[in-house]
Design a protein around this ligand. Structure first.
Ligand code: HEM
Length: 401
């Protein structure tokens, strides 16, 4: 009897690793784990989590583009409870439905509209940095990175200006942590998700959202029958989660890197054109979204390996940025590298629609700093809170001259 030859039978077995990639210790310093996982092959089976993982840049990027084989439709979280709760979120859709919902984001976040707030961002960044320079010492997260995302972006999204709005940031961090592999810690984040959903149900309603905001564009799409009520609430949730903490993490990590590399800061000061590249380099090295997952719709060959159909696969944006196969000397922060091909904003159909806005915020802040500050130094120990999905700092003591 002839044996059927499939891609799976021609391949060598996918290498396995029992590394605890989502333990608190690994989340605080994932880079040695990523380097080990990249060395094993183009795909690795993570035995502790029952998931495959892609850790090399040149495997992660095509997987992001190839949504027909690496689908988001079964959710991009790493546990079934969260994937069920996220039903109706754009992040958990494939085209053609994803394109319909995506239009709502693209209409709001188109660079030509976003540029309208450039003046506000520059003014606010200038005033902020003037005050921080007078203070000389400040917290790079609370006093620097948080200001524009909270004061401008939450207004743009349209959340009412009340006391509860600031809590969104904590709830969103909890919601990201809730997307990790099932564990006691992961399920302990559920109250944050419930608080976020309760807030959205009561405050992100058409009559309460600020006039002219992105949120109102979302509900107008519901009125036109383009998206459903559930999709609208989940769209507001995507704005709250994807749009604020990520930008704060990216800005504070870049500031942290600049403080540790005075020579690189001198280059930014000498040539303001390098500001955009410095932010990209910060995101490459410290991706605010470290990973999301996909599910394979068929057997997927990768070099001499095959990932079987129906597998959950972690796509590691954080490891891709440190891949020595793609970026020479990847652990070195060099503002002139300006890695515009970084996957830190994703790629393909789900690439980040907020990229232009986040970049403008970072640009306004670092340009204001470059005009006024000669030296940036660390003034104490930094603090991080481990999170299954996002990577950022919780405290960053900074001194400027
Ligand atoms: C430095 C800041 C940011 C980073 C690093 C970032 C990162 C990402 C990444 C990696 C994805 C891809 C998700 C995937 O592959 O499944 C994504 C998607 C998304 N981002 Fe961002 N983001 C940032 C800022 C923003 C901002 C400012 C907004 C909105 C105000 C935003 C809204 C979204 C939305 C709605 C999606 C889902 C798009 C879709 O599924 O089609 N992001 N972001």
């Amino acid at each position: 009897m002839s044996r059927q030859v499939t891609a799976a039978t021609l391949s060598r077995p996918v290498p396995e690793s029992d590394t605890e990639l989502f333990s608190a210790a690994a989340l605080l310093d994932p880079y040695p784990h990523y380097a080990m996982l990249r060395s094993l092959g183009p795909a690795v089976f993570l035995t502790r989590y029952g998931m495959y993982g892609l850790f090399r840049h040149d495997d992660v990027r095509p997987a992001l583009v190839g949504w027909e084989r690496f689908s988001s439709a079964e959710g991009i979280a790493m546990n079934p409870v969260t994937n069920e709760l996220m039903a109706g979120s754009i992040l958990g859709m494939d085209p053609p439905r994803q394109r319909v919902v995506r239009k709502v984001f693209d209409d709001a976040l188109r660079p030509k509209y976003v540029r309208k707030v450039a003046g506000d961002l520059e003014r606010l960044a200038g005033d902020l940095v003037d005050g921080l320079v007078r203070q000389r010492e400040f917290d790079g997260v609370a006093d620097f990175a948080r200001k524009l995302p909270v004061d401008i972006v939450l207004d743009l999204i349209g959340f009412p200006r009340d006391g509860e709005r600031a809590d969104l940031l904590e709830w969103a961090l909890g919601a990201f942590d809730f997307m990790g592999p099932a564990s006691a810690h992961q399920s302990s984040c559920r109250p944050d998700v419930e608080a976020l959903m309760q807030y959205l149900a009561t405050k992100a309603t058409p009559e309460k959202l600020l006039d002219g905001s992105f949120g109102q564009i979302v509900w107008q799409a519901v009125d036109r029958g383009e998206i459903t009520d559930t999709e609208a609430v989940m769209t507001m949730s995507a704005y709250a989660c994807a749009g604020v903490d990520t930008t704060i993490a990216g800005i504070s990590s870049t500031l942290w890197l600049l403080a540790q590399h005075p020579g690189e800061w001198a280059q930014v000061r000498a040539d303001p054109e390098t500001v955009a590249g410095a932010f990209l380099e910060g995101l490459r090295m410290e991706a605010p979204v470290q990973s999301f997952a996909r599910v394979t719709t068929c057997d997927v060959p990768l070099e001499d390996l095959t990932i079987p159909a129906g597998s959950r696969v972690v796509l590691s944006y954080g490891s891709a940025g440190r891949d020595e196969r793609h970026y020479p000397d990847p652990d070195r922060f060099r503002v002139r590298r300006a890695p515009s091909d970084t996957v830190a904003f994703g790629f393909g159909v789900h690439h980040c629609p907020g990229r232009a806005l986040a970049t403008m915020e970072a640009h306004a802040l670092f340009t204001a700093l470059a005009r006024r500050v000669d030296r940036i130094e660390l003034a104490g120990a930094v603090r991080r809170t481990p999170n299954a999905i996002t990577r950022g700092l919780s405290a960053l003591p900074i001194r400027v001259t």
